[in-house]
Design a binder for this molecule. Structure first.
Ligand SMILES: CC(C)(COP(=O)(O)OP(=O)(O)OC[C@H]1O[C@@H](n2cnc3c(N)ncnc32)[C@H](O)[C@@H]1OP(=O)(O)O)[C@@H](O)C(=O)NCCC(=O)NCCS
Length: 158
């Protein structure tokens, strides 16, 4: 088994979308209703827009034997917009390795703080990484549906 974390490339667009879909529809469905899940992870995506957003951020993909099993990112302003691991590969430290890569990039960029809008599912995981909750967003909406989440941050220190 070969486990690698590397920078996102446009050829990863489809695999990262599929990882997102499976992570939300399977893993996060324990914490949200079917309507919320469908709003968050709809059937279709604008593939160009998806690729452009992933390419604009500093996005890392985790692969096992060349198969994408997770991805995470950090934007120029320190937003961790994405952290998704395929349920097949969950619970084995993939998110931790991705977040380590994100923190490394953030330090390289001179960022002092990371922030994220964490799902109910991801909140305890981000807490394990040292993020703290700033506030709950019970009225957060995604495509018209209320999908509550939490604003969290991590101070990177010196
Ligand atoms: C959240 C998610 C990315 C975690 O990925 P993962 O690869 O399974 O996580 P890891 O195995 O790296 O675990 C990371 C840490 O969180 C801990 N952890 C995992 N699940 C946990 C839970 N439910 N409660 C508390 N801690 C948890 C692990 O023990 C680990 O800590 P450790 O390294 O100190 O032992 C993945 O479950 C996912 O994609 N969820 C659905 C989508 C989602 O909500 N994404 C976030 C959008 S904001």
């Amino acid at each position: 088994m070969t486990f690698i974390v590397r920078a996102y490339e446009p050829r990863d667009a489809e695999a990262t979308w599929q990882t997102f879909l499976h992570a939300v529809r399977q893993t996060a469905s324990a914490d949200y209703t079917p309507r919320q899940i469908l709003a968050w992870a709809p059937d279709t995506v604008d593939a160009d827009a998806w690729n452009q957003t992933r390419s604009r951020a500093h996005t890392f993909v985790a692969t096992i034997d060349d198969r994408v099993v997770g991805f995470g990112d950090v934007t120029a302003t320190g937003l961790v917009d994405m952290l998704f691991v395929h349920p097949d590969a969950g619970g084995r430290g993939v998110a931790r390795v991705l977040v380590d890569a994100v923190i490394g990039k953030a330090r390289e960029l001179g960022l002092e703080r990371l922030h994220t809008h964490a799902s109910r599912t991801a909140r305890p995981v981000f807490e394990r990484f040292g993020f703290v909750v700033d506030r709950a967003n019970p009225d957060n909406r995604v495509r018209g549906e209320v999908v509550p989440n939490f604003d969290m941050h991590l101070d990177l220190g010196a």
